[in-house]
Design a protein around this ligand. Structure first.
Ligand SMILES: [Zn+2]
Length: 472
């Protein structure tokens, strides 16, 4: 698991919105500012859990990007570009896979009903990270009455305007519930989880006003919605009503809980998961919490035990590699990232981490082979998931180092091209076009990368005026 850049915090209204019942200690380094987190294991779980629900709605699961936002706020929403945002507060509040499936089904209901949060044209090609930033900026603009205001500095009553910009009406909520229940039925998943999650949120309304989220105060979760889901559950055939998801989802859910707590609230994790608990989630949570609190040797000892018990789990190798990488044991980290990728070859994030670790190995004896292998991993990561700014940044570094090693300015131009792609993925089209123009000068006219650089230049009309999309 790794944090990406911080984004500015604004309260975004989604479908389920409430504070955590207990104020969890803010262990993250971000204060109130949420950060995007990338985690191959949790993303993998969410994709697997959601796939049958998406398919029930006639949506290709591959067309949806799942994005995790680190925030204690309970929220989830779908935005343009088929990006589905999950806040860690929501993931931690969902007690089991059925409840999470209920949330996903409701979201999918919004997609099917066409309730996507829409932004500017250029968002279509930007990364999910850039999209959320732009949504927040647009919301801030709507709240202040100024379309051009940058995100930030919005407070008080304007938050309500911002929420209504992003929010759904009661009838839209009820309609998304109804569609979601239909998809759950088709996927053979009981609506009991959806009902229980709604009831959990309803409990928020019983809290003193000071502990409630503003959204709960201004837009109470209606009893009608809860009643409608209860009625649907009561009318379901017993086999469906009492259906349980396969055991593997419970395993994945328990590991997600352990990982999030160990990572985000390590002190609480060490209390909740005692050293005598022999369960895998408990040991996993402890290992992560120990790593996060500066005890890498103890963490690695536990990870070794987990790997011994489940030698085919790619994420255990990944976690061990991350601990080693962060503590300067680059060569060992490379070995474990390689094993993780051998076990799960189609994860863009595992490829990217492997490529990044290879870049950090500065041993001159093996430098050239390492750089070539790093480039290979990063290009594969790119193929699996395009428009990830970080991957392009690592590629720029790799091609830049390659240029130094072999003394070929062609690679310098490729590095410049990669920086143009990074800027494009960040939604910074004018700067991307300038960088691409520079890259084109050093690339062979008509070569594949020259054409892609030209594509970036063309996408903004050459003069950086913005507006047209960057197709590729
Ligand atoms: Zn909703």
């Amino acid at each position: 698991m790794k944090p990406l850049r911080k984004i500015i915090w604004l309260c975004v209204m989604g479908l389920f919105f409430a504070q955590m019942p207990l104020a969890l200690a803010q262990e993250s380094d971000g204060g109130d500012a949420p950060v995007f987190i990338r985690d191959a294991e949790i993303e993998n779980y969410l994709h697997e859990l959601a796939a049958p629900i998406y398919r029930a709605a006639g949506i290709d699961p591959k067309s949806i990007t799942i994005v995790i936002v680190q925030s204690n706020t309970v929220n989830a929403f779908v935005a343009e570009g088929m990006n589905e945002f999950f806040y860690t507060g929501l993931l931690q509040l969902a007690a089991n896979p059925e409840q999470l499936a209920g949330v996903i089904a409701h979201e999918t209901g919004h997609i099917a009903d066409g309730h996507l949060i829409r932004g500017k044209e250029e968002m279509k090609n930007a990364s999910a990270e850039a999209i959320l930033g732009m949504i927040l900026a647009a919301a801030a603009g709507a709240a202040s009455g100024s379309g051009s205001l940058a995100a930030g500095g919005v407070a008080g009553s304007s938050q309500i305007a911002e929420r209504s910009y992003l929010g759904f009406s009661r009838s839209q909520e009820a309609s998304a519930d109804a569609a979601g229940m239909k998809f759950l039925d088709r996927a053979g998943i009981s609506t009991r989880g959806m009902l229980n999650f709604l009831k959990k949120l309803q409990g928020q309304e019983m809290l003193p006003m000071s502990q409630q989220d503003e959204y709960v105060q201004t837009h109470p979760l209606t009893q009608d919605r809860v009643d409608a889901v209860q009625q649907h559950l009561d009318d379901s055939p017993p086999a469906l009503r009492n259906a349980k998801l396969p055991k593997k989802f419970y395993v994945m859910h328990a590991r997600m809980e352990a990982k999030l707590l160990g990572y985000l609230q390590p002190e609480i994790a060490l209390e909740r998961y005692g050293p005598n608990d022999p369960g895998i989630p408990a040991r996993y949570a402890r290992a992560i919490a120990l790593y996060r609190t500066g005890k890498p040797a103890e963490a690695i000892e536990i990870m070794d035990g987990l790997i011994k018990q489940e030698p085919d789990d790619p994420f255990f190798y990944e976690m061990k590699a991350q601990i080693q990488f962060d503590n300067g044991a680059i060569a060992q980290a490379i070995g474990n990232y390689k094993t993780a990728n051998d076990l799960l070859p189609d994860s863009s994030l595992l490829r990217q981490e492997y490529g990044h670790a290879l870049l950090e190995d500065k041993d001159p004896a093996t430098a050239r082979a390492r750089i070539d292998l790093a480039i290979k991993q990063l290009l594969e990561s790119n193929r699996l998931e395009g428009r990830v700014p970080e991957t392009w940044r690592f590629l720029a570094e790799a091609w830049g180092r390659k240029a130094d090693l072999v003394g070929d300015p062609h690679y310098t131009a490729m590095a410049t091209y990669a920086l143009a792609e990074e800027l494009a993925a960040e939604g910074k089209d004018p700067q991307a076009a300038q960088m691409a123009q520079r890259a084109m000068k050093g690339l062979a006219r008509g070569s594949p990368y020259w054409l892609r650089a030209q594509d970036i230049v063309m996408s903004v009309g050459g003069s950086g005026s913005g507006g047209k999309k960057h197709g590729s």
